[in-house]
Design a protein around this ligand. Structure first.
Ligand SMILES: [Cu+2]
Length: 135
C-alpha cells in the first residue's frame, strides 16, 4: 500500500513522543507519591513493643499509658516531620524531660522513677498531647 512520505515521517515521530509521554506520567506519579509520604513515612517499620510509643500521623500512639514505677518508655518518630516529646502541657513545660527536635526515625527514652500522672506534648504541634500514669 502506498503511503505519502509525510505520513511515514509522522509515524516515525509518534514512537519517541509516546515514550516521552509515558515518562512524564511516571514522573508525576513519583512526585505525588513523595509528597503524600511527608507526614507518614514509616520507613523503619518494626513492631511496637509494650514500652514503645510511636509518633505517627501527627499523634502519639498510644496517647495514654499506665506503667509501673521504674519503667523506661521509648518514643520513636515514625513521621517525616520533626516532633518533640516534652513533659507538661502545650506552652507550659514541666521540666521533667524534653527530647528536643526528633527528626524522622529519631528516638527518645525516659525512665519514670516516681508515681504520678505525667502529661507530655509536642512543642512544634500543640495538638499533640499524651499522658503517662505511673503507679
Ligand atoms: Cu509534633
Amino acid at each position: 500500500m502506498y503511503l505519502p512520505q509525510s505520513f511515514k515521517k509522522s509515524r516515525i515521530l509518534l514512537y519517541p513522543i509516546s515514550v516521552l509521554f509515558i515518562l512524564i506520567v511516571i514522573s508525576i506519579s513519583i512526585i505525588s507519591g513523595c509528597s503524600k509520604n511527608d507526614y507518614s513515612s514509616n520507613s523503619t517499620g518494626g513492631t511496637q513493643g509494650a514500652n514503645d510509643i510511636f509518633i505517627q500521623g501527627m499523634a502519639f500512639s498510644p496517647a495514654s499509658k499506665t506503667i509501673s514505677v521504674g519503667t523506661t518508655l521509648k518514643w520513636t518518630n515514625k513521621d517525616g516531620v520533626n516532633h518533640t516529646v516534652t513533659s507538661g502541657i502545650p506552652g507550659v513545660p514541666s521540666g521533667l524531660f524534653d527530647s528536643g527536635n526528633l527528626s524522622s526515625n529519631g528516638t527518645f527514652s525516659f525512665t519514670f522513677s516516681q508515681v504520678g500522672t505525667f502529661k507530655f506534648y509536642c512543642k512544634i504541634h500543640s495538638s499533640m498531647t499524651g499522658t503517662i500514669t505511673v503507679q
